[in-house]
Design a protein around this ligand. Structure first.
Ligand SMILES: Nc1ncnc2c1ncn2[C@@H]1O[C@H](COP(=O)(O)OP(=O)(O)OP(=O)(O)O)[C@@H](O)[C@H]1O
Ligand SMILES: [Mg+2]
Length: 278
C-alpha cells in the first residue's frame, strides 16, 4: 500500500478509464452490505461474496466500484483457466515475443477492483496466485517475466462463491478462504425483491408481487427435487417478457420453470403454482 501509483505502471499498462463505470448501476441495498464493503475497501481487505446464483452479487460489485470511483475488472473463472490467464504470458507477434499482462496484473497495476467471478471453478493451482496479493505483501510475482508487481494502493480483490455448488473436490482451500472477509447474499425479502423486479422491468406492483410469491414457492422446493430455487434474475426475465405483452403464464413458464428443471413432475408442480397466481 505504500507504493505510488506511477511506479507500478509499465508503458503498456492500459488506462484505467476504460474500466471505470460511468453510470450508477441500480442496486437496492438489502441489509448493511454497502457499509460493510466500504469499511473493508478502506482497509483494502479482500472480500468474498457468497450466495446463490442471480441474487445480486455482480450487480453489487458494479455498484460499489461506481460508488468508490474505482475501475472494475471482472474475470469469469472456469476450470480450464490457468495462472497465466490471470497474471499474463509471453505472446508472439511480428516483432518477437512480448509480455502481455493478464487481467489480475492489470488490476494490480492500475488500482482496480478485480472481481473473480465463480472462483471455485478455477483449479487450486490457479487460485494460489492470489495468495501473495491478499496478505500484507500485496505483491504479484510474475515468475515467467521475473518481475514482482507491487500493488497499486487502491487495488482490491473480490471473489464470488456459490456455497450450494461445491463438492469436496471443488472447494476453496482454507488457506485461500481465510484471506477474505465474507458477505452473505441471498434473495431479498418479498417487499424488497418486488421493488427490484418493478425497477428492472416496469411491471406493476401486483405483477411483481405475484412473481415473487411464485419464486417463494419454488425456493421451498430446493432440496426436494430442485437443486436451486428461482433467482431474482429469472424474476426480472419474467417481468421483461410480461412488460413486452407476453401472456404471464407463458412468460413464467419460459423464464421461471423451463430453465431450472427438466423433470416433468416438477414442471407440472411449478406450472400449477403459476396458474394459481396468473
Ligand atoms: N439488490 C439488488 N439490487 C438491484 N438488482 C438486483 C439486486 N439483486 C438482484 N438484482 C437483479 O438480479 C439480477 C442478477 O443479479 P447478479 O447478476 O448480480 O447475480 P449474481 O449473484 O452475480 O449471480 P451469479 O452467481 O449467477 O453470477 C440483476 O441483473 C438484477 O436485475
Ligand atoms: Mg455474477
Amino acid at each position: 500500500m505504500s507504493r505510488p501509483a506511477a511506479s507500478a505502471k509499465s508503458p503498456e499498462t492500459p488506462s484505467s478509464t476504460q474500466y471505470v463505470i460511468a453510470q450508477e448501476p441500480y442496486y437496492r441495498p438489502v441489509t448493511n452490505e454497502v457499509e460493510l464493503y466500504e469499511a473493508a475497501y478502506s482497509a483494502r481487505m479482500p472480500v468474498m461474496l457468497k450466495g446463490p446464483t442471480g441474487c445480486g452479487k455482480s450487480r453489487f460489485v458494479e455498484y460499489m466500484a461506481w460508488k468508490l470511483k474505482r475501475p472494475l475488472i471482472t474475470v469469469a473463472c472456469n476450470e480450464d483457466m490457468t495462472a497465466s490467464d490471470l497474471v499474463g504470458r509471453y505472446l508472439l507477434d511480428a516483432t518477437g515475443t512480448k509480455w502481455h499482462d493478464g487481467p489480475l496484473t492489470v488490476a494490480a497495476r492500475i488500482g482496480a477492483i478485480c472481481y473473480l467471478d465463480e472462483v471455485v471453478e478455477a483449479r487450486q493451482d490457479t487460485t494460489v496466485v492470489i495468495h501473495p496479493l491478499t496478505d500484507h505483501r500485496r505483491q504479484l510475482p510474475l515468475d515467467k517475466k521475473g518481475e514482482i508487481v507491487h500493488c497499486h494502493p487502491d487495488f482490491q480483490l473480490v471473489i464470488s462463491y456459490n456455497p450450494g455448488y461445491q463438492s469436496l473436490m471443488k472447494d476453496l482451500k482454507q488457506s485461500t478462504k481465510q484471506r477474505f472477509g465474507a458477505i452473505d447474499f441471498d434473495y431479498p425479502e418479498a417487499e424488497v425483491e418486488s421493488e427490484i423486479v418493478m425497477h428492472e422491468t416496469n411491471v406493476d406492483k401486483a405483477t411483481a408481487d405475484k412473481l415473487v410469491q411464485i419464486a417463494h414457492r419454488a425456493r421451498n422446493l430446493k432440496g426436494h427435487g430442485l437443486d436451486e430455487g428461482i433467482s431474482t434474475r429469472l424474476l426480472a426475465y419474467a417481468g421483461q417478457l410480461i412488460a413486452r405483452g407476453i401472456e404471464p403464464r407463458a412468460a413464467c413458464q419460459m423464464t421461471l420453470v423451463r430453465p431450472i428443471t427438466d423433470d416433468p413432475d416438477m414442471r407440472d408442480t411449478l406450472d400449477a403454482a403459476i396458474n394459481t397466481y396468473f
